[in-house]
Design a protein around this ligand. Structure first.
Ligand SMILES: NC(=O)c1ccc[n+]([C@@H]2O[C@H](COP(=O)([O-])OP(=O)(O)OC[C@H]3O[C@@H](n4cnc5c(N)ncnc54)[C@H](OP(=O)(O)O)[C@@H]3O)[C@@H](O)[C@H]2O)c1
Length: 320
């Protein structure tokens, strides 16, 4: 099939493009950066340069590719994140730009897909930290979203809800939104690279366990996330899918294992009130109350098999 990947140079896109090519697809990869075209060619894609926030440029890029399937992997999350960003995501460039990519750019890509007669649309979503903080520790796609999330998170939540709603209700094709777990592995924020955004504070013991560390997180290795996406390009009914590993786990379990895999000392522990003071309410809730996600639907309906079914082997063997 002809597949158009918006965000082909991002952390997921770089894994996805070669997997799509290996599965026999013809891939056109979009970047807004002309100097990245050779890198896209090296991955096996035909590059096209367009700004995802410019509707005419997106329409033209998609029309030139005539894709059967469009994949939306646009974010603006690369770059350093600070505690300030965690405290005030509404003021962070990375988060506000990502919100625009999840709303405006989604709409531009959908309009372009409809105009060109595409029949399938697969988009990056995010599940963690959005579930209602009631019920069990692990939730499915059918469980409710948090009706009362900590305030500063609201714009991000709305952008993701917009994306999921817009994508999964298209009437001109099949729309799938993939709620990825936290990425880890080469090129991601959690890798052996010295400047990896999440790994760095863990190495410096600036990523403590807050309170009882009972918040449950779902992870996924970047290679497994790309594999699920490549399958979703080909099959699976419209709707939302959790693309996470088999073992959602509380922070107090996975964080020490990750620290050890990174060669760091065990994380410090701080009480909840201090966490709130230092990192804000959102981060504290993530550390203490978050719910994890079940991958049963993605495994059942996509036939997805994971190379790293648990972060336990993944952190030990798949970070670098
Ligand atoms: N589930 C998760 O845990 C999750 C999800 C996403 C990201 N992350 C983390 O966030 C960090 C950054 O991820 P990333 O490298 O994928 O993000 P990124 O480099 O900021 O951008 C991703 C893609 O979006 C494209 N893009 C952004 N704005 C665009 C625009 N206006 N027009 C056209 N294309 C645009 C980029 O294209 P060009 O730069 O080529 O122009 C790139 O291909 C990583 O550390 C990753 O681990 C985590």
């Amino acid at each position: 099939m002809k597949v158009f990947v918006a965000g082909a140079t991002g952390v997921l896109g770089r894994e996805l493009v070669p997997q799509l090519v290996a599965r026999g697809h013809e891939v056109v990869g979009m970047t807004r950066t002309a100097s990245k075209q050779d890198a896209l060619r090296a991955l096996g894609a035909r590059p096209v340069v367009a700004d995802a926030l410019d509707p005419d440029a997106v329409a033209q890029a998609v029309a030139s590719a005539e894709p059967e399937v469009i994949v939306h992997q646009l974010t603006a999350l690369s770059g350093k994140m600070s505690i300030r960003d965690a405290r005030h995501p509404e003021r962070s460039f990375a988060f506000t730009m990502t919100n625009r990519l999840r709303t405006e750019a989604t709409d531009h890509l959908l309009a372009a897909g409809r105009a060109v007669g595409a029949r399938r649309f697969v988009a990056q979503s995010f599940g963690a930290f959005r579930f209602a903080r009631t019920g069990g520790p692990v939730q499915t796609e059918a469980d409710p979203i948090d009706p009362d999330p900590p305030g500063a998170r609201q714009p991000g939540l709305e952008a993701i809800l917009h994306l999921e709603e817009a994508v999964t209700t298209i009437d001109w094709g099949e729309g799938l939104a993939l709620r990825y777990g936290g990425f880890y592995g080469p090129g991601t924020s959690t890798s052996l690279a010295p400047d990896a955004v999440m790994a760095e504070p863990i190495r410096k013991r600036r990523f403590p366990i807050v309170g009882d560390g009972g918040g449950v997180w779902s992870h996924v290795h970047i290679e497994d996330a790309a594999a699920a996406t490549a399958i979703a390009v080909e099959r699976g009914r419209p709707g939302i899918y959790n693309v996470v590993d088999d073992e959602p786990a509380p922070v107090r379990e996975w964080l020490p294992a990750l620290a050890s895999a990174l060669g760091a000392k065990p994380p410090r522990r701080i009480p909840r009130w201090l966490g709130r003071l230092a990192a804000g309410e959102v981060a504290t809730v993530m550390m203490t109350e978050a719910r994890g996600a079940s991958n049963e639907k993605a495994k059942r309906e996509l036939g997805w098999q994971l190379r790293y079914p648990s972060w336990r082997e993944g952190f030990a063997q798949g970070l670098g």
